[in-house]
Design a protein around this ligand. Structure first.
Ligand SMILES: *[C@@H]1O[C@H](CO)[C@@H](O)[C@H](O)[C@H]1NC(C)=O
Length: 177
């Protein structure tokens, strides 16, 4: 009997540990549907997720050079997504991307505070006429534009033997794995 209780307690403890591990800030490998289910169960907010990503970028980007710019409006967009989810719980997620953060390659036009430069200083400060269609659709689906990801400068049109993953603005991007 005693060993049964010990075993049950141990099992319960393991169960608790695994469920809290999912709830805790450990999203490196999470799928969008896992994130949506954590949103729905109130284990996670879009804001917490953005804060987690920002901390990851801060700590890893100096080695990985994967991100060129952070969207200064990402956190407020996440807060807005959280507010909508709490206000209309039956209607969310409206789409699978609702409240999900995405990074866009730096040659995809966004008409917001982010620059669109294909990694080049030549385009820094230029203003694109409008959001790219994919961006318009992402925003309509409720996605949060977290920032601009690095790329081979000019999407590798700089020269035939330009280094892969290098851009003047981003530096040499590295494989995180
Ligand atoms: C866009 O580029 C300008 C420089 O022209 C810079 O001041 C600004 O911070 C950049 N935007 C972001 C979101 O980094």
């Amino acid at each position: 009997m005693a060993s049964f209780i010990t075993l049950s307690l141990l099992f319960l403890l393991l169960l608790l540990l695994t469920t809290t591990a999912v709830a805790a800030a450990n999203f490196e490998e999470a799928t969008i549907s896992q994130i949506q289910s954590a949103f729905a169960k109130k284990q996670l907010t879009s804001r917490e997720l953005v804060l987690f990503y920002l901390a990851q970028i801060r700590s890893l980007n100096p080695q990985l050079h994967g991100v060129i710019e952070i969207n200064p409006d990402a956190l407020s967009a996440a807060t807005k997504a959280d507010d909508l989810r709490h206000r209309y719980p039956g209607h969310h997620p409206l789409t699978p991307l609702d409240g999900i953060s995405v990074l866009l390659k730096d040659n995809i036009a966004t008409r917001d505070r982010l620059n669109t430069t294909a990694g080049s200083f030549a385009l820094l400060g230029s203003v694109v006429p409008r959001d790219a269609t994919v961006v318009r659709r992402l925003r309509r689906a409720g996605a949060i534009i977290l920032g601009k990801a690095s790329l081979s400068e000019w999407a590798h049109f700089r020269s035939i033997n330009a280094p892969s993953g290098w851009s003047a603005r981003g530096g040499q991007g590295r494989n995180p794995y």
